[in-house]
Design a protein around this ligand. Structure first.
Ligand code: HEM
Length: 263
């Protein structure tokens, strides 16, 4: 573990040194690290950040922003391959809104309501961060007849909240994007039956970034190719495809191996 920490510190140090070497040459500033370095240099809002803060922000983005988004895409492809009808409807939605044959743009994705419902549904039954960030109570609380003392650590199980049949109905375990049509649920965590990005002060700050990335990547993967997985010779495919890892972020236990062919 110490070794890993040292390697990571070296990696962050190299990234910073390389970008500091760029100075102000990167005028377009499309690079996230250059942008942070400019904020440190120019303090545009009177806000100070130091080199240590920048390292920690880069670390946050790498730790919190990579497997969550790639896991979401892997679960989405898994569910689409398990549900060919949904895959077909999604392809129709994409083709209806996209002018190009070769790619789907970020602007076009904005109008794809079925695509958004598919992603919402995947975040409901496969939330990549299923137990949120643990909270500690700052004062004694009485909740639904339970006394919870100040200092108690509370773990919120979004995974099970989002599969609760009392709020989601008897088919809560079923993958059904249509349930999000005309539903007012968003990702802001104000409706506690749906909290894939958490809620309150610690709400995920990466919602906009991860949604933009996931939507446009998914639209292009589905629009351009037909996808197929190899049938497993024996055993229950669902048990294999839906097995989850354990941990703070939860991905597929057995990676998805899918083969594209042209449409
Ligand atoms: C599908 C993608 C993602 C999902 C499902 C997700 C989910 C979550 C969840 C559930 C939390 C805990 C919120 C809480 O406890 O209330 C969280 C926190 C966080 N996420 Fe994300 N996240 C995703 C992508 C990203 C990305 C792309 C970034 C950064 C670029 C990011 C950065 C963070 C950070 C820094 C925190 C900690 C916030 C804090 O403690 O105040 N996440 N995320």
């Amino acid at each position: 573990m110490e070794e890993l920490g040292k390697t990571f510190d070296d990696f962050l140090e190299n990234v910073l040194q390389e970008h500091e070497g760029n100075g102000q040459k990167n005028e377009k500033e499309t690079d996230f690290v250059d942008m942070l370095l400019r904020i440190r240099r120019e303090k545009p809002n009177g806000f100070e950040i130091d080199r240590g803060d920048i390292s920690m922000i880069i670390l946050d983005v790498i730790l919190a922003g990579t497997t969550t988004t790639s896991g979401l895409l892997e679960w989405t492809m898994t569910e689409l391959i398990r549900h060919p009808e949904t895959m077909k409807k999604l392809q129709e939605d994409i083709r209806k809104h996209s002018k190009h044959n070769s790619y789907v743009s970020e602007e076009e994705v904005e109008n794809m309501t079925y695509l958004k419902a598919v992603i919402k549904e995947v975040l409901r039954i496969h939330p990549p961060g299923p137990i949120l960030i643990p909270r500690e109570l700052s004062e004694d609380v009485k909740l639904k007849g339970y006394d919870i003392a100040a200092g108690t650590q509370v773990i919120i199980n979004a995974w099970s909240i989002q599969r609760d049949t009392t709020t989601w109905g008897l088919d809560a375990e079923k993958f059904k994007p249509e349930r999000h049509f005309n539903a007012p649920l968003d990702f802001q965590g104000q409706n506690f039956m749906y909290i894939p990005f958490g809620s309150g002060r610690r709400l995920c700050p990466g919602i906009g970034f991860s949604m933009a990335l996931a939507q446009v990547t998914l639209a292009n993967l589905v629009n351009r190719f037909k996808w197929k997985v190899e049938a497993r010779p024996l055993g229950d495919d669902d048990q294999y495809n839906l097995a989850e890892t354990a941990g703070l972020d939860v991905t597929r236990k057995f990676p998805l191996v899918a083969f594209p062919s042209s449409v």
